[in-house]
Ligand binder design. Sequence first.
Ligand SMILES: NC(=O)c1ccc[n+]([C@@H]2O[C@H](COP(=O)([O-])OP(=O)(O)OC[C@H]3O[C@@H](n4cnc5c(N)ncnc54)[C@H](O)[C@@H]3O)[C@@H](O)[C@H]2O)c1
Length: 337
Amino acid sequence: MIKTVKVAVIGAGFMGSMHASIFASDPRAELVAVVDRDTTRGQALAESIGKGVRVYASHEELLAAETLDLVSICTPDHLHLEPALAIAAKGVNLFIEKPIASTLEDGRRIVEACKAADVKLGVGYLLRFDPRYYKARELIEAGKIGKPIHLYARRNSARTEGPKRYAGTLPLAMHVTVHDVDMVLWMLKGQVPVTAYAQQTDILLGEMGTQDTIAGVVRFSGGTVVTFESAWSLPAGARHMIDARLELIGTEGSFEVQCGDSGLYFADNQSSQEIDTQHWPEIGGKVGGDLRQQLSSVLDWVNGVECQVATGEEALLSLELTQALVKSAETGEVQRL
Ligand SMILES: NC(=O)c1ccc[n+]([C@@H]2O[C@H](COP(=O)([O-])OP(=O)(O)OC[C@H]3O[C@@H](n4cnc5c(N)ncnc54)[C@H](O)[C@@H]3O)[C@@H](O)[C@H]2O)c1
């Protein structure tokens, strides 16, 4: 029988606020609590949601007070490990925002802890829930592409967004390219990456402690070559909010996933703006888009329904390949995997 999933969200920042809002408005979930070490922030989020959502200052307090089915971890990347280990040890299922952790060692410890405790572990690669990417992968699965020869994955966004929030934390590739890396690995299941080479620049954003662009080339075991291009240096007035696309050429067919255009472009006498219709648009006062699709599927998944959420093991593979691209860009050397 499908039961209501009792869920808590740790980290009441940018992503955590949206996770909390989605769970609170899904009839399959009961949002029990939000946790933030900044209790003012946690309190503000709980109040905006209402419904008696409780607030805690730490995962220890949460776990001591509540009985839960699922915890969503939305703390900064280097702070996923501690709450994840404690939650798994308590026998509670986990969903962690991408990347699984900031280091492979932390990521492996999380995967091992979830295995040892026999709890589910999902990682937030939301492109898997974008119908365009999902349907593109189906073309490969259905054999319509034949053997994949070459993929090109682009994700370029404005300097006013990503760097403002994440400069000085992990490299650009770990915030941006990692999404495409997960998607490519998911699409090329059966092949493994063999070599990775990348170059990056920091002409514009170096002073802020981050990179403008990274461009990488990865060769896979079946011979497929993949080109990655990620930037968060587009000018503020750029037409595209996120200029993302994925192209594949195969022996029997090709496809293009075009996400450069959200389909909604607004201009007035002062400025112009593309409006998000893909990731987390607010619709009828509720967060929608592929983030909602993903978290809704995760609620069913906790209840035993299969879904395409990235597993811990898959998240380790995307972290490993992204790190190899970063290392290559930093050293100038080809990385062998
Ligand atoms: N899926 C996506 O497209 C996507 C997009 C952006 C960010 N992210 C990921 O989401 C995660 C969160 O990023 P964000 O932008 O929301 O960060 P944020 O800085 O906006 O929020 C993080 C919150 O965690 C709180 N916090 C920090 N340490 C804590 C702890 N030990 N216990 C409780 N609370 C703690 C902070 O006070 C803050 O409120 C990161 O892993 C990030 O990479 C994913």
